[in-house]
Ligand binder design. Sequence first.
Ligand SMILES: NC(=O)c1ccc[n+]([C@@H]2O[C@H](COP(=O)([O-])OP(=O)(O)OC[C@H]3O[C@@H](n4cnc5c(N)ncnc54)[C@H](O)[C@@H]3O)[C@@H](O)[C@H]2O)c1
Length: 350
Amino acid sequence: MVVPIELAQTQSITYDITIDRLPQLTFNTKVVIVTNPTVAGFHLETLLSKISAKELHIVTIPDGETYKTLETVENILNECFTHKLDRKSLLIAFGGGVIGDMTGFTASLYQRGIDFIQIPTTLLSQVDASVGGKTGVNNTYGKNLIGAFYQPKAVYIDPEFLKTLPTREFAAGVAEIIKMAVMFDKAYFEFLQVANLNDETVLKEAIAKSVKLKAWVVNQDEKEAGIRAVLNYGHTFGHVVENETDYATYLHGEAVAIGMVMANALAVELRLFTQEEAEKVKALLEKFSLPTSYHIKDVNTFYEHFFLDKKSANNSIKFILPQGMGKYKIVSDIDESIVKKVLSRFGGAQ
Ligand SMILES: NC(=O)c1ccc[n+]([C@@H]2O[C@H](COP(=O)([O-])OP(=O)(O)OC[C@H]3O[C@@H](n4cnc5c(N)ncnc54)[C@H](O)[C@@H]3O)[C@@H](O)[C@H]2O)c1
């Protein structure tokens, strides 16, 4: 299956996202594959059997979000210079979202921009990070604060790579899938309620549906001036949870799952969502072993943390909430006392 990305509104860029077995790829340019030891250990041999290029180099960077830095990008750039890449050369991101975001960013920088393609190997990167052209790194001020919108030439999604993914990482990807369904597509939500994602055909269908939804969003709003912000459903709360737990307890997708439960509680309070709908989302998250509870120690501190988020511009917090299943509402003027009342149901003192 091929899903087209057509960024006709901002620029005339089009490329395909292919969801299938990785095809044989031939490049008549220099190619650098960027990966990490974990992904390389499992899958590099397969990848190499599918790629031929004028010259092929492999750059392995350490595994982990802590290495998603400018320093690592500089190391990748140095490898590009060492191998004398020219402006026609190509980078291939082979790994999860960390590799994808950094490889894309490096491609945007090398000689003011060379081509790159994405071969995502985690569920999260297959359904989310590899689609839409957001690239970048973290710094001491926060996550993804340095980067560029830079679109790949192609994305190849092969669910076969997911066979070696740890269960928790798989579930973290499912959280982003559920996010898309709650925000945009009731029928997809109902499909997920009965879906067995261990069945490859069903999994492929779920990936394709998510990619289509994300492509539909990105095609309308590449640079997040409007609807693309809806993809942050669950993230406003989730980022605070991640921050309060020093990014050590939860994977990002797990924190987003908790964040969705919190956002839903707020939506119920505002009568945008019924309690029954909120329960259905919670049950679906739990079906995929995602966490749905969190003890807020101090409601005021939790609330203050919203303002650390780069998306909480001008001291107003933009909440992305469900308005019935499959529909969203962006609300930015919710009274502080209402938000704190909802937060207090998750635990601590006010
Ligand atoms: N660009 C975007 O639009 C966007 C969207 C969402 C998230 N992100 C970014 O993506 C990152 C998270 O991505 P992620 O969840 O893929 O994390 P990740 O890249 O850290 O991968 C998670 C772990 O799984 C391992 N792994 C990858 N593929 C594997 C495989 N097939 N088998 C076994 N292990 C494998 C990785 O080595 C890593 O240890 C974050 O940095 C986040 O900011 C970007």
